[in-house]
Design a protein around this ligand. Structure first.
Ligand SMILES: C[S@@+](CC[C@H](N)C(=O)[O-])C[C@H]1O[C@@H](n2cnc3c(N)ncnc32)[C@H](O)[C@@H]1O
Length: 336
């Protein structure tokens, strides 16, 4: 018998990624019932945290025989070269994005072929060719192996998202964060997504909450066009996409919002004032910022000072690492 997390089918893929990223996925085959997926958990899994996503049960699952990883096909690397290998990678639809450090640049094609061999479902293997940059936050990528395209359809929490990684920002590592926020939403909420990209936050929330009204603002015309396409693709009627700059659009919006989501960690502080003017009584702002792990208290004080008397409480959590000792945090700012 092994402990499992029993989650709804539509959410399983996302929750599995979260469990895997924490190192809590036990080496057993995933179990399935008609409506649920049973994710096997290691002994040290944090059951309290995971119970937010489903029920913990004990089940009889088949132990897993290890699948070959791409690093198993790289025997030719010298031990000192192997030490530089980055095992973490991202998958968006059928595109894999690897990080290959300069020390391994001469082996990049061999590494990409090894990756494709170990993951035949992947059709394009690309490598990061620089940091995320510019106002549209686009990450330069170089295709190494496979089809010559950066357009794909990504599936997350039961939602289809068309993306073009050459022209828009998209990060699958926010998947469990999107699901966390969507699980907090209550029926009939009015929600504003600033910096919406191709719409992933708006789409996951729209799926969970058909009775919510979501307004989503994006500046990059190509991301906006894809957001419109994604709304049609998923047949949602509760998202209103707007093309433009948040600074111009938000002051013109007539309504107040129960929930505002601000995913622009590099510059979010510049827009917090704007969000505070549009948040309803007892509303919440999900604010994302890049903060050094020793400076969380300063960030909390800065938020408290900006919000003032209206502040009820702030919850925060690390979403992902940004640089050594520097992380992206989600601050859930609750108002009275
Ligand atoms: C970090 S990305 C987040 C995108 C999306 N929320 C996601 O999770 O994939 C920030 C997005 O904000 C857009 N953006 C940047 N400045 C903006 C502004 N002033 N007004 C509206 N959108 C903006 C960028 O084009 C980019 O798509």
């Amino acid at each position: 018998m092994v402990k499992v997390l029993k989650v709804k089918k539509a959410e399983a893929e996302q929750v599995k990624k979260l469990v895997q990223s924490k190192g809590w996925l036990a080496k057993y085959h995933i179990g399935r019932t008609q409506r649920y997926v049973l994710i096997p958990l290691t002994e040290d899994a944090d059951l309290a945290q995971l119970s937010a996503y489903g029920k913990i049960e004990e089940r009889n699952l088949q132990p897993f025989s290890r699948r070959r990883s791409f690093t198993d096909y790289l025997d030719f690397l010298k031990p000192e070269e192997r030490a530089h290998l980055r095992r973490a990678y991202d998958v968006v639809g059928d595109i894999a994005i690897l990080e290959i450090p300069p020390q391994l640049a001469k082996h990049e094609l061999a590494i990409a072929w090894a990756f494709k061999r170990a993951n035949p479902q992947i059709k394009v293997v690309a490598v990061k060719a620089g940091p995320t940059a510019g106002q549209f936050r686009i990450r330069p990528l170089r295709i190494l192996v496979g089809e010559q395209r950066l357009t794909t359809i990504h599936k997350e929490s039961g939602v289809l998202m068309k993306v073009d990684l050459g022209d828009v920002y998209f990060n699958p590592r926010y998947g469990s964060e999107r699901l966390r926020i969507a699980n907090l939403v209550k029926p009939n909420e009015k929600i504003l997504v600033m910096f919406a990209g191709v719409g992933p936050f708006a789409l996951v929330i729209a799926k969970k909450c058909p009775k919510c009204q979501i307004t989503a603002i994006e500046l990059n015309p190509e991301a906006y066009r894809l957001m419109e396409e994604n709304i049609r693709l998923n047949r949602f009627s509760n998202i209103k996409p707007i093309l433009g700059d948040v600074s111009d659009i938000v002051p013109k919006l007539k309504e107040q919002f129960d929930r505002i989501i601000m995913v622009l960690p590099e510059k979010g502080w510049d827009y917090l004032d704007l969000a505070l003017k549009k948040v309803a009584k007892k509303g919440v702002i999900h604010f994302y910022a890049i903060v050094h792990e020793n400076e969380i208290k300063d960030a909390l004080n800065r938020i408290s000072n900006l919000v003032g008397q209206k502040l009820d409480k702030i919850n925060f959590k690390k979403v992902r690492s940004y640089a050594p000792h520097i992380n992206i945090y989600a601050f859930d700012i609750y108002l009275k």
